[in-house]
Design a protein around this ligand. Structure first.
Ligand code: SF4
Length: 323
C-alpha cells in the first residue's frame, strides 16, 4: 500500500484481531510488531458480535481501546467493517441472513463469510454498523490525518448469459460500452472530491469477446481454434489478450461477433443450449425477461415462490420447505 505522495513507502502489516485474545498480551504484540517493522494493521474484521451485542445496542469500548493502543504505538490503521461474520442473535432472529449453498442447502450459524449478501436484513444491519463505525472513527481533523481517504469505484459491462432471463437480450457494442464508461468518468470528474476517487472499468473488447463465447453455437468453434492457433490463450487476463489474433480469426471465418453478442433474440428462436435441462424452465425465463423489460421486480424466493422449476430436481431449500 503506497500511503501518499509525501510518504512514498510500502506499508507492511496485515489483519490484527486482538479482541480475540486477552488484553495482557496486547503490549507484547506491539513489541513484536516493532521488532518486525510492521507499520499498519487491519482492525475490526470479525468483531460484529462484540460491537453490536443485540439489535439496538452498540458497544465500541473494546475497539476504542485497540485504536488507542495501535495509535499510541505509531501504527497506521486499515479499518474493516466487521461485516464478514454476523452475530448469533441476527441469525436466530433473521435466518435469511444465512447463506444458501449452490446445492440449495441453507448454512447454519457459526462460520466466517457466512452471510447472504442478498438478504435485506443483512444489508440493513451492515449499513447501520458501517455508518456507526465511520461516525465514530472518521472524525480526525484534516490537519491531523495521515494521508487521504481514497475511493475506488469499478464497473463491469453487462454480459447476457445462457439460462438467465437475459439470454435473449442484446449486449452493448464496444463503442456503446466506452461511451457509457465516459459518462461515469465525467460524473466522477465533476465531483468536488474527484481527486480522491478512482474509476476503473472492465475492458470493453474483452467483455464483448466474453459475450460472444457465452452465447455462441457450434460455428464459433472454428473462430476459437483459429484464434488459439494464432497465439490467443489466457484471454481473460488483459495482459495476455491478443485482440489481433481474434480479429484475424473472425475475418478468416466470416463470423460476425455482433451477430452472437449484440443481437436481440426472439423468444421463439431455438437457442444452442436449449437441449440442456437445468430445472429452471424456459417458460419461467421468458416470463422473467418480459417482466424485466417492464421493470417489474419478481419477489425474492424467500418471500414468494415464482415456480421457476428448480425444485423439479427434488432437493434444495425451496423443495425441502415446500414438501
Ligand atoms: S422453485 Fe420457487 S422457491 Fe424454489 S428456486 Fe424456484 S422460485 Fe425459488
Amino acid at each position: 500500500m503506497i500511503e501518499s505522495k509525501k510518504v512514498q513507502k510500502m506499508l507492511y502489516g496485515g489483519d490484527y484481531n486482538p479482541e480475540q485474545w486477552p488484553e495482557e498480551i496486547w503490549e507484547e504484540d506491539m513489541r513484536l510488531f516493532h521488532k518486525a517493522h510492521i507499520d499498519v494493521v487491519t482492525l475490526n474484521v470479525f468483531s460484529w458480535a462484540a460491537l453490536q451485542p443485540d439489535e439496538s445496542t452498540y458497544d465500541f469500548s473494546k475497539l476504542d481501546k485497540i485504536m488507542k493502543l495501535v495509535k499510541d504505538n505509531g501504527l497506521k490503521v486499515c479499518m474493516a467493517t466487521s461485516t464478514a461474520a454476523h452475530p448469533a442473535w441476527m441469525a436466530r432472529k433473521y435466518p435469511d441472513v444465512l447463506r444458501v449453498e449452490h446445492n440449495g442447502m441453507k448454512r447454519k450459524f457459526g462460520a466466517r463469510h457466512n452471510s447472504c449478501p442478498n438478504s435485506p436484513n443483512y444489508r440493513k444491519y451492515s449499513a447501520a454498523l458501517v455508518e456507526k463505525i465511520a461516525e465514530r472513527y472518521y472524525e480526525i481533523p484534516k490537519d491531523q490525518r495521515n494521508g487521504k481517504c481514497q475511493i475506488t469505484a469499478s464497473s463491469s459491462f453487462f454480459i447476457p448469459k445462457p439460462f438467465t432471463p437475459f439470454q435473449w437480450a442484446p449486449m452493448n457494442t464496444e463503442r456503446e460500452f466506452l461511451d457509457k464508461a465516459a459518462i461515469v468518468k465525467a460524473e466522477v470528474r465533476a465531483q468536488l472530491n474527484q481527486k480522491s476517487i478512482r474509476y476503473i472499468y472492465h475492458e470493453a473488447d474483452i467483455s464483448l469477446l466474453e459475450g460472444f463465447l457465452a452465447r455462441g453455437d457450434r460455428k464459433c468453434a472454428e473462430v476459437i481454434e483459429k484464434a488459439y492457433r494464432k497465439g490467443a490463450i489466457f484471454d481473460a487476463w488483459s495482459e495476455y489478450f491478443r485482440k489481433d489474433a481474434w480479429e484475424e480469426a473472425f475475418a478468416e471465418t466470416g463470423i460476425d461477433v455482433s451477430f452472437y453478442a449484440c443481437r436481440e433474440r426472439s423468444t421463439d428462436e431455438i437457442l444452442p443450449w436449449d437441449f440442456l435441462d437445468i430445472g429452471v424452465t424456459k417458460k419461467f425465463l421468458i416470463r422473467e425477461w418480459e417482466r424485466a423489460q417492464k421493470e417489474t421486480v419478481t419477489p425474492n424466493c424467500k418471500m414468494q415462490c415464482s415456480g421457476c422449476g428448480a425444485k423439479s430436481f427434488g432437493g434444495g431449500v425451496c423443495y425441502e420447505n415446500q414438501n
